[in-house]
Design a protein around this ligand. Structure first.
Ligand code: SF4
Ligand code: SF4
Length: 380
């Protein structure tokens, strides 16, 4: 039986977050079960892009501060880092700017903790038990850590429906490799299989989810903040995601990462095999939580035929009035489906693999996911 602890946490005041996280970890056996004196622990945050904490795109710095203190209390040496979506080795400055905007830099400075730029160096990691991906190129500093503490944010995701503990591992790939991976692992199923293989290759010892304020709608970047009111912790990110989904009204088996990980024995995604300690998921149930407009994962999970996907899966579309012609989307499109026309990007939908990187990474919220008419009629 997998164990997940679920603790109510109404806001981000530091004392409240300290209490909730401490309680969540105590129910798993205490921080000392995971952290050993002298060990170097990477606190792997969710830094999709630099963004103020109130936008609910990134892990809240209060949660990071609490974990830093707890790791230290057990004698560990914490460090904080991520490889965010838009950057690579040449752009350490952009990484630092993103960390400042998201509040991570301030917390690290205040606590005297190193802020690690995970994209700076990489290492090849073999993954013989992976189904589709037998080898990954991963951040060297993450691989050198004694253990990884995974700190995801509860959010929706245009491709995989939901992003939490399993998807947060994707940040261990250096920035510039992410678009390439989208090209190699296409569609919700392909991308989820890659994430499951990645979890088999690199397993965080502990996952603590910031589900105090999550994101609904067109996550993981352009959705709306939604009060959820919880901290969730587990040694199994798959179980944790299943419980988080239950709280926001998404059936765990609809989420391809959860379903595939469970089927392949990489984690436990069946709620009947998960024991929840602390609050019951029903007590924290969020009513009316909005899922993304791009339901590829949903259609797959509900058994629609593959040939229908072109008529059902959302396509990225430009909101020309919001576009600032910064070309971030063009630079990061893995299938070269976007080009510059002087004033705004142009989509080539025949080349577009519907990975939604452009929508995720556009800094001006100028790309929306447009659902075909049939999809709007079938899923409301
Ligand atoms: S246009 Fe957008 S959704 Fe399509 S392949 Fe490029 S980045 Fe992905
Ligand atoms: S759509 Fe967004 S990312 Fe692309 S050029 Fe316009 S503002 Fe930049």
């Amino acid at each position: 039986m997998a164990i997940v602890s679920l603790i109510r946490c109404a806001g981000y005041d530091p004392a409240g977050v300290d209490r909730a996280v401490q309680d969540a970890l105590d129910r798993l056996g205490g921080i000392g079960r995971f952290v050993k004196p002298g060990n170097r622990e990477l606190l792997k945050v969710n830094l999709l892009v630099g963004s103020p904490p109130e936008k609910a795109i990134t892990t809240h710095p209060s949660v990071v501060r609490t974990l830093i203190r707890l790791v230290r209390s057990a004698g560990g040496v914490p460090e904080v880092g991520d490889c965010c979506g838009f950057e690579g080795p040449p752009s350490a400055g952009r990484y630092r700017a993103a960390c400042r905007l998201s509040g991570f830099k301030q917390v690290c400075d205040e606590q005297g903790v190193e802020l690690v730029h995970l994209s700076a160096d990489s290492v090849e990691v073999d993954n013989p038990i992976g189904r589709a991906f037998k080898r990954f190129t991963l951040a060297r500093r993450a691989m050198d850590a004694d253990l990884i503490v995974n700190l995801p944010k509860l959010k929706t995701h245009g491709l995989t429906l939901f992003t939490g503990g399993v998807k947060n591992n994707f940040g261990l790939l250096p920035g510039l490799l992410k678009p390439e991976m989208h090209l190699r692992a296409q569609g919700a199923e392909g991308f989820a299989q890659m994430l499951v293989d990645l979890l088999a290759a690199v397993r965080p010892a502990l996952t603590v989810m910031d589900a105090v304020v999550g994101m609904e709608g067109d996550g993981p970047r352009n959705g709306r903040p939604k009060q959820v009111g919880a901290v969730i912790a587990s040694a199994d990110p798959v179980s944790l995601d299943a419980v988080a989904c239950q709280i926001v009204g998404i059936r765990p088996q609809m989420v391809p990462t959860t379903r595939l990980a469970h089927e392949q024995g990489v984690g436990v995604g069946d709620l009947a095999q998960i024991k929840v300690l602390g609050e019951s998921p029903e007590a924290l149930r969020v009513v009316g939580f909005q899922i993304p407009a791009a339901p590829e994962a949903l259609f797959r999970a509900t058994g629609f035929l593959r040939f229908m996907q072109g008529r059902l899966v959302a396509k990225p579309a430009l909101r020309a009035a919001a576009c600032e012609a910064c070309w971030v989307c063009v630079e990061h499109c893995p299938s070269v489906a976007l080009s510059e026309n002087g004033k705004a990007p142009v989509f080539d939908y025949d080349k577009c693999i519907r990975c939604y990187c452009c929508q995720e990474l556009c800094p001006h919220d100028a790309i929306r996911l447009q659902r075909p008419l049939l999809a709007r009629l079938l899923v409301r």
